[in-house]
Unconditional design. Structure first.
Length: 219
């Protein structure tokens, strides 16, 4: 399957003055809290719709939403107390976000293969289709803002978390295609196939986050 590449932007912003940096750090925390709230709602909707329809793609998408919320907590952790400005904390934050990608990929990959091998046919989910259709255009906007804040802070972990938000947009497109194919044409295999796309992209992003490749070498 063709993986959808995430757009990685080098961190080239000049270092901020102390007062300006504190202001941008507050923006990072506010964005993280906003994203956490949205992703918990997204997780609940996707999980309910996924269980009702027997859709591994929807359940995987919900799991990704939960992991994105956890990644938001990582950013909050990074910009709190003595960890602010700490290179060690920055690296640990990158690794925690990477680990969340690997957990998602392992779960979704195994369940997708089981669904394909067992011939389990998920039911159509118009609730899931509506969720994916809403997420696809809104997540790139949030990712753009988060990425800009991460660049200003020269924070690799913050840019990685923005990349995860961008990933949500790509995955929502894959989810939408799979759900529509099942609902309109009865192509049940499109659902676990979409889930495998989610798993494969998550592996790639986890690997890059672990290696610190989601931003420039100056980070």
């Amino acid at each position: 399957m063709t993986q959808l590449p995430l757009i990685q932007t080098p961190l080239v912003a000049a270092p901020l003055a102390a007062t300006e940096r504190a202001k941008v750090e507050r923006q990072a925390r506010l964005l993280a809290w906003g994203g956490i709230g949205y992703h918990f709602v997204e997780f609940a909707v996707a999980l309910v719709a996924g269980i009702a329809a027997g859709s591994i793609a929807l359940i995987g998408f919900g799991a990704d939403s939960l992991i994105e919320a956890l990644a938001g907590f990582v950013v909050l952790w990074l910009f709190t107390g003595s960890r602010v400005g700490s290179e060690r904390a920055e690296r640990r934050a990158q690794q925690l976000i990477a680990a969340s990608f690997f957990i998602l990929a392992a779960y979704v990959g195994v369940e997708s293969i089981r669904t394909l091998a067992g011939g389990h046919e998920p039911s159509p989910s118009w609730l899931g289709i509506g969720l994916a259709a809403f997420t696809a255009p809104t997540m790139p906007l949030l990712a753009h803002v988060k990425r800009g804040v991460g660049q200003k802070l020269q924070s690799a972990a913050t840019v990685n978390e923005a990349a995860q938000t961008q990933l949500c947009a790509y995955l929502s497109v894959a989810l939408l295609v799979g759900l529509l194919a099942n609902a309109l044409f009865g192509w049940w295999w499109a659902d676990p196939a979409a889930a495998l796309v989610i798993a494969s992209v998550a592996v790639r992003e986890g690997r890059e986050s672990w290696r610190g490749e989601a931003c420039c070498d100056t980070c």
